[in-house]
Design a protein around this ligand. Structure first.
Ligand SMILES: *Cc1c(COP(=O)(O)O)cnc(C)c1O
Length: 398
């Protein structure tokens, strides 16, 4: 039998169904949920031995590791083509864990400026409080990366596709600049998804996900994961996270593990839907612009298509009539729901200026291209024709 835990033994869709499985003595088909905090030792000597050296299939306490969590970690690592993974309680625990476990006072980090609000908080407020120097750049401009990366730069951070304006980072080009000075490249790959982009192959050293998004894909659980080399995960990330409490719960790991089995199908269907909707909306008289990396009109369409298999599951569009028009359209939708998550089976629309990016000043929002008429649409698994009908009739109401 093939070793299903080997990342290169089978194609990604097959790995997403089988890799990492730890079958119990009962031979269950569907992976077991080991909802346990602790583990029993046969003897005092066994307990002593396990605390001295814990093997890959031995567990001590669920904050350190758990069989269901280990199945999720091994499966997503196999899918991503990473040597190892550490699952976390949320996407932010993954971002924070990757950065904080690596960095120390005096280190220098270069980061793209277009970041999810909580990522920005970690880089701008938390790391700097502990003496880490952070330089922000326009992530789409290679010259700014080149100017900012210094011989003493320790890490580079970016969201490979930014929220909500869907700017694309050239992962290979930025990684090359970072590696020339020995810096570690950490990519938040939520928007590009584990399905559509091979981020480690492009050059990143560490990939982080909010599993809350496409990995769960049905809006149920919070979770996150850090992927990288065996050395980075075991020697840098794990000691930090197992003692600071960012572990994923076994229940959430079980939900995420089973969700990985359908993620490929879901994400490809959602990306097809996003392209259909983007095409239907482009040129609409009520819209100032439609932003979707899979459209030829996206300023980085060539890079997006070279880096990704499709343009992603999210699109943004800007109403000419500003906030009033955007709110009118939001309130006229009937299939698409108003919320702020993404990657869900249900299509979700967000008004970033008054919700996810409300904390920013108007100048900051302008600099990021987040105008009062901008809406972000996370495309779900409904029939795209129903979504197009729903959005077009909402735009008629404006
Ligand atoms: C949602 C999100 C996060 C944070 O994930 P949580 O699971 O909500 O903690 C981080 N980065 C990006 C790009 C996200 O979209």
């Amino acid at each position: 039998m093939k070793d299903l835990t080997r990342a290169d033994a089978l194609r990604p869709r097959t790995r997403a169904v089988h890799s990492g499985t730890r079958r119990s003595q009962y031979g269950e088909v569907s992976e077991a949920l080991y909802l346990t905090q602790g583990f029993v030792y046969d003897t005092a000597e066994d307990a002593e031995a396990r605390f001295q050296e814990c093997g890959p299939d031995e567990f001590i306490y669920a904050r350190y590791g758990n069989p269901t969590v280990a199945m999720f970690e091994d499966r997503i690592a196999a899918l991503e083509g990473a040597e190892a993974a550490f699952a976390t309680a949320s996407g932010m625990a993954a971002v924070n864990g990757a950065l904080t476990s690596l960095l120390r006072a005096g280190d220098h980090v270069v980061s793209s400026r277009a970041l999810f609000g909580s990522c920005l908080y970690i880089l701008e407020d938390v790391l700097t409080r502990y003496g880490v120097e952070v330089t922000f750049v326009d992530g789409t401009d290679p010259a700014q990366w080149e100017a900012a990366i210094r011989p003493d730069t320790r890490a580079v951070f970016f969201e490979s596709m930014s929220n909500p304006t869907l700017e694309i980072i050239d992962v290979a080009a930025v990684s090359k600049l970072a590696h020339a000075v020995g810096a570690i490249v950490i990519a938040d790959n939520v928007f590009a998804t584990p399905v559509l982009q091979r981020t480690l192959d492009l050059g990143a050293d560490v990939v982080v996900y909010s599993a809350t998004k496409h990995i769960d894909g049905q809006g149920r659980c919070l979770g996150g994961v850090i992927l990288g080399t065996e050395q980075f995960i075991r020697k840098t990330v794990e000691p930090y996270l197992k003692h600071t409490g960012g572990a994923m719960s076994p229940f959430n790991a079980w939900v995420m593990l089973k969700a990985l089995e359908t993620m490929d199908l879901r994400v490809r269907a959602q990306a097809d839907g996003a392209l259909t909707i983007a095409r239907a909306l482009e040129g609409h008289p009520a819209l100032a612009r439609v932003i979707y990396p899979g459209l030829a009109s996206h300023p980085q369409n060539n890079l997006a298509m070279a880096q990704m298999e499709a343009g992603g599951t999210v699109l943004s569009f800007e109403l000419k009539g500003g906030k009033a028009a955007a709110f009118k359209a939001l309130n006229a939708l009937s299939v698409v729901t108003i919320s702020n998550n993404l990657g869900d089976a249900k299509s979700i629309v967000t008004h970033p200026a008054t919700t996810t990016h409300q904390r920013l000043s108007e100048d900051q929002r302008d600099a990021l291209g987040i105008g009062p008429g901008l809406l972000r649409l996370s495309v779900g698994l409904e029939d795209p024709a129903d979504l197009v009908d729903d959005i077009l009739s909402a735009l008629d109401a404006v």
